[in-house]
Design a protein around this ligand. Structure first.
Ligand SMILES: Cc1cc2nc3c(=O)[nH]c(=O)nc-3n(C[C@H](O)[C@H](O)[C@H](O)COP(=O)(O)OP(=O)(O)OC[C@H]3O[C@@H](n4cnc5c(N)ncnc54)[C@H](O)[C@@H]3O)c2cc1C
Length: 502
């Protein structure tokens, strides 16, 4: 019997759709993150014998759940179990990892061979501040830094030096707090998560004691949420530092805000008023407001400070108040700068209608009007904002439209039998691409979990694409590839055990 782990999803179109087609529809999904998986789940729920093929750039699935969500948020990653159950429960879902659409394969090739194509390839680029000094060593985007600690292959060898004592994080959303938390968390705690071995090693050597999380707006307008802020306030050996004037502003205004916001403001006040811990092991997270970066001050590629222009708000208690700059400036000394001002999608295929301001595929609720049969879902549809739950709802909206189009005949899918992966796979092989299937990914997964067990972690991620493919395809590779960092961490674990037992 096939398991249907997604049986709780409403099946609005099920009866009507199954009764109207003789040839099961074939749908390709580009991207194996939450938007791709939720789209697949909802499609298969509503057209149980339709075919859904997922093409993913990396040999491993799950997008930002693997490469974005912080290692100390294991509960968020539980969504992977749901996606895995779906993938394994039906032969009508297939995963093809290691296929970059827009490079190895074009969107038009997919459109010619499938009844519909859903683009769910997320936002993998960076926004820039546009200020002097923004390029060069130790100025990073949060995307690169997050990719580094989460094992995104292209960010593993990040040009970063943590021997300075303070860092500035520009931006005050949840990703900024993730970045600050990883920089400040005692490494022994991180060692129990799935943080990558190379990141853990470098963080163990880090000299950073002060992290400044800086926003252009005021303390009332912060974009982070209470859950993430509470985590920061509970970090062992870390002070959360707010200035007295900011605390006072929060105290004065909290009573006038709706309950949710009020709770966040009160927690900011409470943690700002807490007595500061002292000692050599203590680190500080400073929240600073009303500052816009103007220049990263450096000499010979060494960063000394970020120069900021001070801002003021027209109405300090208004969430959407206009921000204006003043004449005043301030320099925050630091040796590392991480800008956390948002992700940005890329146009993977020149034929796609791309909104260069919002950095999304131009669409109407997920339909790409210029290309019949083309849809989009997730961050590439609405921009790089929102949590996994938002992405799920968004994927359902797109699939509802696709199903409607199949049902109403707007999509002329039943007229010709599409070949789907049967045509695409030979094409890929002719281009030296042998995709990783879902069961091959499970071999990688098994290996990662086994290697994690060696060092007391839930998994030790592979960070090398060649190695991932080697493990997936059962090719014997030199263990050296599964990096020296793992061995060094093993030594560290052994040393800790020995010290404790003495
Ligand atoms: C740092 C960070 C932390 C987060 N933490 C949380 C959290 O704690 N809780 C929470 O609920 N949400 C969190 N989120 C938000 C959540 O990750 C997103 O809502 C969600 O991942 C968006 O899903 P998506 O499928 O649109 O994009 P993605 O997750 O980015 O998936 C897109 C997929 O497409 C693939 N792809 C890209 N280009 C191509 C191509 N050319 N061809 C084929 N495949 C391609 C990518 O490799 C990727 O697998 C976080 C986001 C970030 C950035």
């Amino acid at each position: 019997m096939l398991l249907r782990p997604w049986r709780n999803i409403p099946s609005r179109c099920l009866s009507s759709l199954t009764s109207t087609y003789s040839v099961p529809p074939k749908v390709a999904i580009v991207g194996g993150g939450p938007a791709g998986f939720y789209s697949a789940q909802y499609l298969l729920k509503n057209m149980p014998d339709g075919h859904v093929d997922m093409y993913e750039k990396y040999p491993v699935p799950f997008g930002l759940v693997r490469f974005g969500v912080a290692p100390d948020h294991p509960e968020v990653k539980n969504v992977i179990h749901q996606f895995t159950a779906m993938a394994k429960s039906t032969p009508y879902f297939r995963f093809f990892g290691g296929v970059t659409v827009g490079a190895t394969l074009s969107v038009s090739e997919l459109l010619s061979n499938y009844d519909a194509v859903i683009l769910a390839y997320g936002s993998a680029g960076d926004r820039l501040l546009g200020i002097a000094g923004e390029t060069g060593p130790n100025v990073l985007s949060a995307r690169e830094f997050v990719g580094w600690y989460n094992g995104l292959p292209e960010n593993v060898a990040l040009n970063m030096d943590l021997s300075c004592t303070s860092a500035v994080v520009i931006g005050q959303g949840n990703v900024a707090l993730d970045v600050a938390r990883i920089l400040l968390t005692p490494p022994d705690l991180l060692a129990q998560t799935d943080i990558t071995a190379h990141a853990l090693l470098q963080l163990r050597e880090s000299k950073i004691r002060d992290v400044y999380v800086v926003g252009r707006r005021g303390p009332i307008q912060v974009a982070f949420t209470i859950k993430e802020f509470r985590e920061l306030t509970k970090l062992q050996d870390v002070n959360t530092v707010l200035r007295q004037e900011d605390i006072q502003q929060l105290v004065d205004a909290a009573g006038t805000f709706p309950a949710r916001r009020k709770r966040l403001m009160e927690l900011m006040v409470k943690s700002g008023q807490r007595k500061l811990q002292t000692g050599d092991n203590i680190r500080n997270c400073h929240l600073r407001f009303l500052l816009s970066p103007r220049k990263i001050v450096k000499a010979d590629n060494t960063i000394y400070a970020v120069n900021f222009q001070k801002n003021k708000l027209e109405i300090p208690t208004d969430m959407d108040s206009v921000v204006t700059s003043t004449e005043e400036t301030e320099a925050i000394p630091c040796g590392l700068v991480i800008r956390s001002i948002g992700y940005k999608a890329e146009q993977i295929d020149k034929s796609l209608p791309f909104d260069t301001i919002k950095h999304i595929i131009k669409n109407e609720h997920g339909r790409v009007l210029t290309h019949p049969g083309l849809y989009c879902s997730g961050w590439i549809k609405r921009g790089p904002e929102g949590v996994i739950l938002t992405t799920m709802n968004d994927a359902y909206e797109t699939v509802e439209l696709l199903l409607d189009d199949l049902k109403t005949g707007r999509l002329k899918w039943s007229l010709e039998r599409k070949t789907g992966a049967e045509a695409i796979l030979p094409l890929l092989r002719s281009r030296d691409c042998d995709p990783v299937t879902f069961s091959e990914w499970e071999a990688i997964d098994k290996e990662e979990v086994a290697r994690g067990n060696l060092v007391g972690k839930p998994r030790e991620k592979s960070v090398d694409v060649a190695e991932m493919i080697g493990v997936a395809k059962g090719i014997q590779l030199s263990k050296v590839l599964f990096h020296d960092a793992l061995n060094e961490n093993l030594d560290e674990v052994k040393e800790n055990k020995e010290t404790k037992s003495q």
